[in-house]
Design a protein around this ligand. Structure first.
Ligand code: NAD
Ligand code: MG
Length: 390
């Protein structure tokens, strides 16, 4: 029997984490040796995944939940640990493949710890690239780790350029569903509730990323993510609204050819691709039926109603830590929207004002600089919440 692939999953209890477990189960968990799984507040989910995969260690980021985790793992022989240091320690245990699926900037330190071991990093957490960009990539290059994009758009582009190594890219076309408010007026958008924003028409995802799809902040983060992952300048990155989410993104070349990646809107495709790359394994996902689909639609994104896209362009043009400031301010704005403190459209206003206030921060040379810019963005963002109070 071939050597079993050693796997760790950071953020196993989330939407991407659970889909990763599901892909491993459909391929046969006995093909894998699970090293570490991590979660946060959902102890039952964490312990359940650890047991299902026979993990060596399960870690919750929340130190106050260690006793609960121990109890949930009783009799399994699986090690239990808690807190930030334990998370980083678990992430740095030798593994061949590590899924980075913690949400937000909290994923940065553990993902880097995993990368430093030289493991292949399946990157779902886009904030690593948005917030730490060149610092993150320099660490990856130094460690010799391979980065495989799991975000569906970037995974699609990665697949489109696999056979085009020496052909310069002319344009990247990121598709966006447009979310539940695609046809709302600005006035309607100002009044939407959290529950309405979480209900995504095509993809089943975590609550935060679902709201980000509704505001198109998700696409804004993905534009910045793409600018770091692929050899393109910001003006080569386009966004097109494609409500059916069947084309996951496209790459244009200088001969006018466009290569597109199509598939069902199911994250198991991108996860399975990253898990079995450079091979392809059979996956139990829906097959596209073009006769039934009938048509694919496209629409120009409206930057008046979705100002997040212009903010991404501004962050890419400003360079330096602007992406980090955008990301930190956006996380604060999203928390404030979820808490009912600010309105839906205020999120972009809060991010824009934070970027205005912090447009002279120095370029980041290392992670300390990144964390300092992130902290500054969160501090300014929190100060501004009161000004938008709903
Ligand atoms: P989710 O909210 O469903 O899950 C987040 C995971 O992170 C959970 O396991 C949670 O326990 C863990 N976590 C939360 N806060 C933490 C903290 N402070 N410290 C340590 N762990 C913490 O999120 P998701 O939708 O699975 O998304 C995960 C990442 O993948 C995000 O960066 C998201 O942008 C990206 N992504 C998700 C999808 C999707 O379909 N869900 C698609 C593309 C990219
Ligand atoms: Mg995506």
């Amino acid at each position: 029997m071939a050597e079993r692939k050693r796997i760790s999953i950071l953020g196993v209890t989330g939407s991407i984490g659970r889909n990763t477990v599901s892909v491993m189960e459909s391929l046969g968990v006995e093909r894998f040796e699970t090293v570490a799984v991590t979660g946060n507040g959902n102890i039952a989910g964490l312990a359940g995944a650890a047991r299902a995969l026979g993990a060596q260690v399960a870690v919750t980021a929340d130190p106050s939940r260690l006793a609960d985790l121990r109890a949930a793992l009783a009799g399994s022989g699986i090690e239990a640990a808690a807190g930030g240091d334990a998370l980083t320690e678990a992430a740095s245990r030798p593994a061949d493949w590590v899924m980075s699926a913690i949400v937000g900037a909290a994923g940065l330190a553990p993902t880097l710890a995993a990368a430093r071991t030289g493991a292949t990093i399946a990157l779902a957490n886009k904030e690593c690239l948005v917030a730490a960009g060149s610092v993150f990539l320099a660490e990856i290059a130094r460690s010799g780790a391979r980065l495989l994009p799991v975000d569906s758009e970037h995974n699609a582009i990665f697949q489109c350029i696999a056979a085009e190594r020496d052909c310069p890219i002319e344009r990247l076309i990121l598709t966006a569903s447009g979310g539940p408010f695609r046809n709302h007026t600005r006035a309607q958008m100002a009044a939407v509730t959290v529950a309405e924003a979480v209900a995504h028409p095509n993809w089943s995802m975590g609550a935060r990323i679902s709201i980000d799809s509704a505001s198109m902040f998700n696409k804004a983060l993905e534009m910045i993510e793409a600018s770091h992952l692929f050899e393109v300048t910001p003006d080569q990155i386009e966004v097109i609204v494609h409500p059916q989410s069947i084309i996951h993104s496209m790459v244009g070349f200088r001969d006018g050819s466009i290569l597109a990646h199509l598939g069902p809107p199911d994250m198991r495709v991108a996860i399975g691709h990253a898990l079995t790359w450079p091979e392809r394994a059979a996956l139990p996902v829906d097959r596209l039926d073009f006769a039934r689909l009938g048509r694919l639609d496209f629409q120009e994104p409206d930057e008046e109603r979705f100002p997040s896209l212009a903010l991404a362009r501004r962050a890419m043009a400003d360079g330096g830590v602007a992406g980090c400031v955008l990301n930190g301010a956006h996380e604060v704005a999203l928390d404030a929207f979820i808490a009912g403190q600010i309105g839906f459209l205020d999120m972009a206003g809060l991010v824009a004002q934070t970027m205005d206030r912090l447009d002279d921060l120095p370029v980041a040379h290392d992670l300390e600089d990144v964390f300092a810019a992130d902290a500054a963005a969160r501090r300014v963002g929190r100060e501004l919440v009161g000004r938008f109070a709903a």
